[in-house]
Design a protein around this ligand. Structure first.
Ligand code: FAD
Length: 290
């Protein structure tokens, strides 16, 4: 099933994100995570694709496991920054063979010591999106950044490039994580003014340990509101309490989003079925599983 159809449904939807293993020896573990996550009956599951190659080798395998092994629609991420066009085309062919219809098309982070872009390679996600469109009947998603992409000079520049990306053929967008829902609501006003009208899935990251928070700030630049910082300050040294508080905070964010008309939320589950399961349990009357 195409994600665009899922996002059109009237009832609220919740999807989950996983990452593939680095080595083949961990493949069975990740497949077990897929099975446990599938039991929660998310509306779809996405699987990341490491831009620098380390975690890209098994993305198609895991997408296949999600969709054909566990009967949950799969969204395969695909990055282009470190890939040749030939490599990208071969991954698209593998996805076609596995009947995966949904691709989240991304540029990826530019590797620090690399020449970028290489001649005749992709520079921006919009170029990848054009390319995927010409290769078959895919439902294509793109990333968006309610607080602005870290490389963009201004939010206005970023929104203009987002508009170009949607016009290249995005059927939907998924946001970078945010910890203050007002960031999402303000972003929705801004993109409406730009006449960007595709569905925007809200990305929520349950932060369940103190290490994550440092990584999040350095990688995504997401703003941490005082309410959330107080939780980290109070519970960071107590893993069980931090886990419980992180799950409660993410649940509250999701309830507020759905109450305010946001119909689809994507949870960055970080391969933790226990955390995802606790959130789904908290939402059992709000997200009715099929
Ligand atoms: P783009 O849309 O190409 O934008 C990158 C930057 O270029 C932005 O600053 C934009 O404003 C600017 N830009 C775009 N077009 C132009 C133009 N024509 N002229 C000038 N500037 C332009 N990374 C992974 O490695 N693997 C994953 O699986 C993955 N999944 C993700 C999922 C989501 C939902 C999100 C939000 C991010 C994900 N990322 C992933 C991270 C992402 O790859 C990085 O944030 C990357 O730096 C940008 O990718 P993009 O597709 O948004 O790039």
């Amino acid at each position: 099933m195409k994600i665009a159809e899922i996002l059109n449904e009237e009832k609220p939807g919740i999807s989950c994100e996983l990452f593939p293993p680095k080595q083949g020896s961990q493949l069975d573990n990740v497949k077990e995570v897929v099975r446990e996550m599938a039991l929660l009956a998310p509306s779809y599951m996405s699987i990341t694709y490491g831009a620098t190659g380390g975690t890209s080798e098994y993305t198609v395998d895991i997408a296949n496991e999600i969709q054909n092994g566990n009967h949950v629609p799969a969204l395969a991420h695909l990055t282009c920054v470190s890939s040749t066009r030939e490599k990208v085309h071969s991954v698209i062919e593998q996805l076609k063979a596995a009947k995966i219809k949904n691709i989240l098309a991304l540029r990826g982070d530019i590797p620090k010591d690399a020449d970028f872009p290489l001649p005749n390679q992709y520079k921006y996600a919009s170029e990848l999106i054009y390319d995927i469109k010409s290769q078959g009947d895919f439902c294509i998603g793109g990333a968006c950044y309610p607080e602005g992409h870290p490389e963009a000079d201004t939010i206005e520049d970023d929104l203009c490039h987002l508009k170009e990306k949607v016009e290249a053929g995005c059927d939907f967008l998924t946001t970078q994580m945010f910890f203050d829902n007002n960031v999402y609501y303000n972003f929705m006003y801004k993109i409406l003014k730009k006449d960007i009208r595709v569905p925007v899935v809200a990305g929520i990251m349950p932060v369940t340990n103190s290490r994550q928070i440092k990584q999040i700030i350095s990688l995504s630049g997401s703003m941490v509101p005082p309410r959330f910082r107080a939780i980290v300050d109070r519970f960071a040294d107590d893993p069980a309490a931090m886990r419980q508080a992180g799950i409660a905070y993410a649940t509250e964010q999701i309830i507020d989003l759905i109450a305010n008309g946001v119909n689809h939320v994507h949870i960055y589950t970080m391969n933790k079925p226990g955390v995802a399961g606790a959130i789904f349990d908290n939402l059992s009357e709000i997200y009715v599983r099929k």
